[in-house]
Design a protein around this ligand. Structure first.
Ligand SMILES: Nc1ncnc2c1ncn2[C@@H]1O[C@H](COP(=O)(O)OP(=O)(O)O)[C@@H](O)[C@H]1O
Ligand SMILES: [Mg+2]
Length: 236
């Protein structure tokens, strides 16, 4: 996306939630997000914190186009994507968004290179070269053919980051990216994420980990599905 507007010099957020409400309807209706406005810009590292049940995963799912809002609008690079079809959403995710999860989500029978190329499974072999390049960038150039059970937690998370970058996303979403890692390994991961962000990617990390907020440009806090800003994000 190139959203540079040379006449007004305004910059579109990479992704934006506008007046978004998300309800889960069941025996009891749960309002997981209530009237949330959140722009995230390219090159920005945003941390989202909040207690369990406050709506963090719901927000990440909406930013990742994995679920839609009950009310409000989701914009991807200025374009309203709220009412796209499943197929269109899948295409948009593949083109613009990378995901990193707390428990890595690597396939145990595949090597590091194979795991990284997974999001491109139906395209040609040029991606193997890019996977090797990405694994080298995250310091795993000597672990290309290792399977997940031959890798440490931090190495697995670096494979997951490389995989999230294979399609050159403009947005990187992470759910507790340091959740299963010791502090030192978490620092390595966060330094890697910062480098990605400094290349212009919009990064959003949902976290309980105070360490993540130290690396973020901005921290917002969710409480009962509502957004607060301008603090260091921790409920007391
Ligand atoms: N699929 C779902 N169906 C019903 N309720 C849900 C669903 N997912 C989440 N919730 C509820 O929405 C609220 C926010 O959940 P979630 O976004 O997972 O919070 P967090 O990630 O901050 O722990 C919680 O009250 C949770 O129980
Ligand atoms: Mg959650």
């Amino acid at each position: 996306m190139n959203n540079t507007d040379h006449t007004t010099a305004t910059v579109e957020p990479a992704i934006r939630l506008e007046s978004v409400t998300k309800q889960y309807v069941g025996a009891e209706t749960v309002t997981a997000l209530a009237d949330v406005d959140l722009p995230v810009y390219g090159g920005e590292f945003l941390a989202i914190v909040g207690p369990s049940g406050s709506g963090k995963s719901t927000m990440l799912n909406l930013l990742g186009l994995l679920d839609g809002p009950t009310e409000g609008v989701v914009r991807l690079g200025g374009r309203d994507v709220t009412d796209l079809s499943e197929t269109e959403l899948t295409d948009a995710r593949r083109e613009y968004i990378g995901f990193v999860f707390q428990d890595f989500h690597l396939l145990p029978t595949l090597t590091a290179v194979e795991n990284v190329t997974l999001p491109t499974a139906f395209t040609d072999g040029q991606y193997a070269d890019r996977a090797v390049d990405l694994l080298g960038r995250v310091g795993l150039g000597d672990r290309l053919d290792h399977t997940p059970d031959e890798l440490s937690g931090g190495q697995k998370q670096r494979v997951a980051i490389a995989r999230a970058l294979i399609n050159r996303p403009e947005i990187l979403l992470a759910d507790e990216p340091t959740g299963n890692l010791d502090r030192e390994t978490g620092v390595t991961i966060l330094e890697e994420v910062r480098r990605i962000c400094e290349r212009g990617v919009a990064v959003v990390a949902v976290t309980h980990d105070e360490l993540v907020t130290e690396y973020a440009d901005r921290t917002v806090r969710l409480v009962d599905g509502r957004l607060g800003e301008g603090d260091d994000g921790f409920a007391t």
